[in-house]
Design a protein around this ligand. Structure first.
Ligand SMILES: Cc1cc2nc3c(=O)[nH]c(=O)nc-3n(C[C@H](O)[C@H](O)[C@H](O)COP(=O)(O)OP(=O)(O)OC[C@H]3O[C@@H](n4cnc5c(N)ncnc54)[C@H](O)[C@@H]3O)c2cc1C
Length: 450
């Protein structure tokens, strides 16, 4: 083995957070060694957010085209997947090549190493026999990989995960999606909008089970309108693949389709990372950081592996916190009261903070109110809702959902309110431009005041 090289910080895993840490610290003048075994940028630009949102942008355009009759004239919409596949390959992912991101990192001053990083001692990391020792510490951002539930027969079939679906060059003839969470619902609706018969199988009692029941119901209604079959509360007995067709056997029926997409969970990449060398449990499924993102002496963790919300914006937020700590700056340190999340379906489901059930489980003195999208919803012929969750004793919002066109954008106002703990009485007397979607929050805020 060659002699260990010295540096200031080693970053293992360059998802959005790790890349941001490496870039920021290198620009601040630190000697940074940045390691990734796959693609710099991680899941989001190549297999996650960006390609899936390109698919959604295409599907939204088809949807708008189909809304012309009855609103604006006539239209004939002929879906074609070719431009979607081409944009993902050429514009989003450079054909799954990260050279631009590697060059950006190197230009910032970091040393990039392609390979699998493993902790081999305190502040020490080894990649393919080469060892580095970091004066300040190690930052972990190893992210997740798709995982499949232990369903009889599934592992032997050529099912898709997000890693394959983003590379699809042709539409499937028909599709079953296992998993009715955000990713499963987004992708199910994309393909249905392109004319593919789609069924969603969800073991929980409702799709988007982590969202408010009202949000799940709104999306379920949209799926029903679109002809997307939803099998919620399903028990999957086994999966088979024969002659270019998948069969998913449920308790009372069998579903068959040409393709099967499994979007039923992610596994944190923590196995065989050498966690035991820094006093951490090598079998850990999550690394729970303190408010400065420290998980052990000389080790920081950011992103999905921290279990604080598997979102790019959480990974980037935590990266900023870790950078401040590594540079010896003052906070602000991490605060998760107002984590925002958006499921980019139609209607879009945006939410922030606590759901009603989560708030009640925490013993908060909860008051809630719900309303529709008011005048703008009627004008645009778009259904949706606003649900607000408040702490009655403090008179502030602690959670909110905005469902409808641009639900994620309408959410911004409510996320600000939860984050800054703006008194509900102050919010309710804001000027709400008429007839915006966000104006529909005003009667809901007033209802909270009683
Ligand atoms: C289909 C889909 C759609 C999504 N849409 C959204 C969205 O709209 N909005 C949103 O906020 N989030 C979305 N997400 C989630 C988002 O992609 C992740 O939260 C985001 O990528 C942050 O992950 P991360 O920073 O933890 O690391 P990841 O992006 O998972 O990257 C981890 C990196 O670490 C590397 N690595 C792992 N182990 C090692 C090792 N030992 N040595 C070297 N390298 C290693 C991997 O190669 C990888 O490049 C989506 C995810 C999927 C799958």
């Amino acid at each position: 083995m060659t002699e260990a090289a010295q540096c200031d910080v080693i970053v293992i895993g360059l998802g959005p957070g790790g890349e941001h840490v490496a870039d920021s610290l290198a620009k601040a003048g630190l000697e940074v060694v940045a390691i990734d075994e796959r693609l710099v940028g991680g899941e989001c630009p190549y297999f996650g957010c960006v390609p899936s949102k390109m698919m959604i942008a295409a599907a939204s355009t088809l949807r708008e085209g189909r809304r012309i009759p009855g609103l604006a004239g006539t239209s004939q919409v002929s879906p074609d997947w070719a431009p979607v596949a081409a944009r993902i390959r050429d514009e989003a992912t450079d054909d799954w090549d990260d050279q631009v991101a590697v060059d950006r990192l190197v230009a910032a001053g970091a040393t990039f190493v392609r390979g699998r990083g493993r902790i081999t001692g305190p502040r020490e990391v080894t990649v393919d026999g080469q060892t580095w020792v970091a004066r300040r510490g190690i930052v972990l951002n190893t992210g997740t990989a798709p995982s499949a539930p232990p369903i009889d027969g599934l592992a032997e079939t050529p099912y898709w995960t997000n890693r394959e679906v983003v590379k699809a060059t042709e539409l499937p003839e028909s599709l079953i999606v296992i998993g009715g969470g955000a990713i499963g619902c987004e992708l199910a609706q994309v393909f249905a909008t392109f004319g593919v018969p789609v069924s969603v199988v969800e073991v929980a009692e409702r799709i988007l089970a982590l969202e408010e029941p009202e949000s799940s119901a709104a999306l379920a209604a949209a799926f029903a309108d679109q002809g997307i079959e939803v099998h919620a509360g399903a028990s999957i007995q086994r999966v088979e693949h024969r002659e270019d067709a998948f069969t998913v056997v449920l308790g009372d029926r069998e579903l068959t389709a040409q393709r099967l997409l499994v979007a039923a969970g992610r596994r944190n990449n923590l196995a065989d990372l050498g966690l035991e060398h820094v006093g951490l449990d090598p079998a850990a499924r999550v690394l729970d950081p303190d408010e400065r993102m420290r998980v052990a002496e000389g080790v920081w963790a950011v992103g999905d592996i921290t279990g604080k919300g598997a979102f790019t914006h959480v990974s980037m937020y935590q990266a900023d916190v870790a950078v401040r700590d590594l540079l010896g700056q003052d906070g602000p340190w991490a605060d998760y009261r107002a984590v925002a999340r958006v499921t980019f379906t139609a209607p879009e489901v945006g939410s922030v903070g606590l759901s009603e059930a989560a708030a009640r489980a925490q013993g908060v003195d909860v008051v809630t109110a719900t309303g529709d999208l008011g005048t703008r919803g009627w004008i645009a012929r778009e259904p949706g809702l606003i649900k607000l969750v408040a702490d009655r004793s403090r008179g502030v919002l602690i959670g909110a959902s905005a469902v409808g066109p641009s639900g994620g954008e309408v959410l911004s106002m409510l996320a600000t309110a939860v984050h800054a703990e703006i008194p509900i009485a102050t919010l309710a007397e804001m000027h709400f431009a008429y007839p915006t979607f966000y104006r529909s929050a005003q009667p809901v805020l007033r209802a909270l005041l009683g």
